[in-house]
Ligand binder design. Sequence first.
Ligand code: SF4
Ligand code: SF4
Length: 177
Amino acid sequence: MQPLTSRSKTVERKPMTMWEKMYVPAIAKGMSITFGHMFKKKPTVNYPEKTRPFSPVFRGLHVLNRDEEGRERCTACGLCAVACPAEAITMDAAERLPGEENLYREEKYAAKYEINMLRCIFCGLCEEACPKDAIYLSETFAPSNYGRSKFIYGKEELLIPNPKTQPEEFAKAKGNK
Ligand code: SF4
Ligand code: SF4
């Protein structure tokens, strides 16, 4: 029969030898590959005791930032929500009252700020859109959970610790951001 291409090969079905019928060469070849891997560097790590270093551009869980005086930076301008391609951010704005200057940096602040982590694709556009350096993506994960509602993070989960009252926790959350 005329071959369809010039690269086609005729497959030969040679009868198996005695050795091949006993699978000795195949077993020896398989064992040599297994033993070879015993002396190679392990590609796995003992997670969670050990973790791999993150890439410098890794984008994890969001953090709502405070300034050096511990005041919330977010002014509820909504630019992050507009920039978000997954429509994962919702917020309610409120006006700062007299006497709250030590809590909120601007005259307007986010009384409610929520991110739906099941919608989020961790693109980082909210961080880029923010004019107040009020949100950034950290090097942590959203922990697993059984309920979908637990993946809607509010201000309690997102706000960074206060640098004045919890300086160690603040530095840890800040990392190299
Ligand atoms: S990281 Fe991207 S998808 Fe997630 S909240 Fe920010 S803008 Fe939206
Ligand atoms: S996080 Fe930034 S962009 Fe988003 S509402 Fe607050 S100030 Fe505006």
